[in-house]
Design a protein around this ligand. Structure first.
Ligand code: EPU
Length: 329
């Protein structure tokens, strides 16, 4: 289906209209409609990690509406499911929890769709989606052919993958194959999950705990516009970390590839920026990592606030924050 001048759904609640908008339910439909597309291209999921710097996207937006979930195979320990890129992520998590299948529960209530989840390697509460991904089915817009990527070929990192690189962008995610386990193995490595009482140690109990934690800390996109965490947690070299720890002994930190991962939310909070307001943009009062649209904010206001946060954190800690949200120019 092709639309002209269509609004692009985005959880920041910003005005964004695409010259052309192609929504497809199959590779066949995508291949047919692709002939009408004009560059630049932007492939969107639920629009929950995007900031539209301009109210008009003068190119073609693609949206995957493949909504099927099918069981491909199963063995004694696990089941393999193929999930359309257009399936709402949390619908899938609940679907797994209802069936008693383990692996997706820590990622409960993350906004967005399955295709975007596989591109960004969404993560929360000690888990990342890469942990359950077996392979990713894509459509190569340059050659018009399909290509399946194994998990290794996706080159997953913290909120990153091959699909986010300049060479990887030409592969549109059509469906994701995930493996869920029948074995009751929980991932309780993260903070508050460690203190979960015994009677809550079930798929349903963990999902409920995470849903409640997220609802308490993060804005509901239906009420307050945001893109979730606006910044990534920075990774700094060991020597820089030791310097900072000497000055801030209570600084949260986590082991990471190439150094130590710090908590951007904690640093922004320590700079006294939590809850500040600039025009209609603000730093969320319950989680400083989240920038919010307090009603009618413009992209300029949000971007200026983001720059202020980057500058203040840099001046205090000597660490540069980078946006996690994708800024569409
Ligand atoms: N903290 C503060 N003040 C704040 C926010 C956090 O002191 O305003 C402290 C917390 O007390 C805690 C530490 O910073 O010691 C980490 O905070 P939190 O547990 O809230 O997690 P986060 O690192 O800020 C990440 C993800 C979230 C995910 C949570 C839970 C990124 C960029 N963000 O946030 O993901 O839900 O962990 O696992 O990695 C998202 O990507 O949109 C998102 C919400």
């Amino acid at each position: 289906m092709i639309y002209r001048d269509k609004h692009i759904c985005n959880t920041f609640g910003l005005e964004a209209v695409a010259d052309l908008y192609i929504e497809y339910c199959s590779v066949e439909e995508l291949s047919l409609d692709f002939a009408r597309a004009r560059e630049p291209f932007l492939h969107v999921g639920g629009g929950s990690n995007l900031l539209f710097a301009s109210p008009r996207f003068e190119g073609t937006v693609f949206h995957n509406a493949c909504n099927a979930i099918e069981v491909i195979s199963q063995d004694a320990d696990s089941v393999l499911v193929r999930v359309g890129g257009g399936v709402v992520w949390d619908f899938f998590v609940e679907w797994c929890v209802t069936r008693g299948w383990y692996g997706a529960e820590n990622l409960s209530l993350i906004p967005g769709e399955v295709g975007a989840a596989a591109v960004q390697n969404i993560g929360a509460y000690g888990a990342e989606v890469k942990d359950i991904i077996e392979s990713v089915e894509t459509f190569d817009i340059d050659t018009g052919s399909e290509r399946v990527f194994s998990r290794e070929e996706c080159r997953y990192g913290y909120r990153s993958s091959f699909f986010k690189t300049p060479e990887g962008r030409r592969f549109f995610v059509i469906a994701v194959v995930m493996r869920l386990s029948f074995k009751p193995v929980f991932n309780l490595s993260y903070g508050t999950l460690k203190q979960l009482p015994q009677e809550k140690l079930s798929l349903k109990g963990i999902r409920e705990h995470i849903v409640a934690t997220r609802q308490a800390k993060l804005p509901d996109p239906a009420e307050i516009g945001s893109a979730g965490s606006f910044f990534m947690n920075p990774v700094v070299p060991q020597t820089k970390f030791e310097e900072l720890l000497a000055e801030y002994p209570d600084m949260p930190h986590y082991p990471a590839e190439g150094g130590v991962k710090l908590s951007a939310g904690w640093m922004i909070d320590r700079c006294g920026l939590k809850g500040i307001r600039r025009g209609n943009a603000g730093v969320y009062e319950k989680q400083a990592l989240v920038l919010v649209n307090l009603g009618g904010a413009t992209a300029e206001e949000i971007l200026a606030l983001a720059q202020e946060v980057i500058d203040v954190v840099n001046a205090k800690f000597g660490v540069t924050l980078h946006p996690e949200a994708q800024i569409v120019v």
